[in-house]
Design a protein around this ligand. Sequence first.
Ligand code: C5P
Length: 399
Amino acid sequence: MNQNKRVLLIISGGIAAYKCLEVIRRLQDHNISCPTILTKAGAEFVTPLSVSALSGGKVFQDLFDLTDEQEMGHIRLSREADLVLVAPATADIMAKMASGQANDLATTALLATDKPVMVAPAMNPMMWQHPATQANLETLKERGVTIVGPESGDMACGEHGAGRFVEPAVLVSSVVSFLNQSQNLKGKTALVTAGPTREAIDPVRYISNHSSGKQGYAIAEALVSAGADVTLVSGPTKLAPPTGVNFVPINTADELLAASKAALPTDIAIFAAAVADYKVANAATQKIKKKDGKAPKLEFEANPDILATIASIKKGRPDLVIGFAAETENLIKNAQSKLKKKDCDWILANDVSEKTGTFGGDASEVHLVKSNANESWGHQSKQATARQLVEAIAQELKG
Ligand code: C5P
């Protein structure tokens, strides 16, 4: 890595803390500096002296150290980093992060940061599998925290199972690839559609679907971290718009089309929204009243296909138009015919058969389908899929 990057390393208390010394050294091999916060429990496993000898800088330990508050308060400390890395992350610090506690320097910095956070858990297998830890893990993932590891194997406590700190080399390569992709779409513009649409039946009722918007939001977030200028056009979801996007809320497919057109021209357009295929042609202007024995009859008409419309624009078409296909069978074949039908460049084919838990979940099983090739990206978090997509886009636009 030629640019100097900065990772704020937070070492919490676990036997794996000693492995962080190697992480610090290897990060430096990549020109990544490593200001470090050592928690009270962390300092039971590694000394501040050994950490600062390797990191070549001061080790921060006390929230109320006035000198540090003057020189570099916890807010600056957490904001000047390109990435905040919690390694090893104990069950305790993950619980504190999930519940938003801020009772020491590490947790305060984690709450105050506006930078991406990566967590490498390490703990006893029973603690890792405990529903409380797993629920905290889900909360962190939902908030976009990147989780690296843990691995399975023999533990220092004599037990066997999942909970081992990831190998330092693996953690360092995750950090490096995360930081490397950081700005590789600088200067590029992107449109992302996400979430469901709502089609009115009358002023108080509508037809919609279960789309959570998670994948589209994760993509918009990954594009922003890669330096792109992103417009996110989204139907109603429970998610907060990622920091830095130009957010355009919509309800109907017609509004989605208008907002998408208004966002053009862009270099990249990604259509992750679950658009209703039909709208109610005879939507009532007043609330439909219940009439005994007489159910209302709804008539439908087709909605515009936003992806196909924008992919077929002659002048000012985005360089890369990417659609999604949710399939329960014949995944690749159906995605390839969708690619042709909609005239887009790539399709991310999503296996939404029940076993994959894709719908509404945090993970997905995706294949990238192009006109002449396809590759499986395996089962991974929607954030990881988003980063991999951004990486593939950057490669494509470079070449
Ligand atoms: O046709 P189908 O719904 O399977 O196609 C999925 C892809 O097309 C997704 O990328 C979706 O966002 C996009 N789409 C769209 N407008 C529609 C229907 C689907 O943009 N009306």
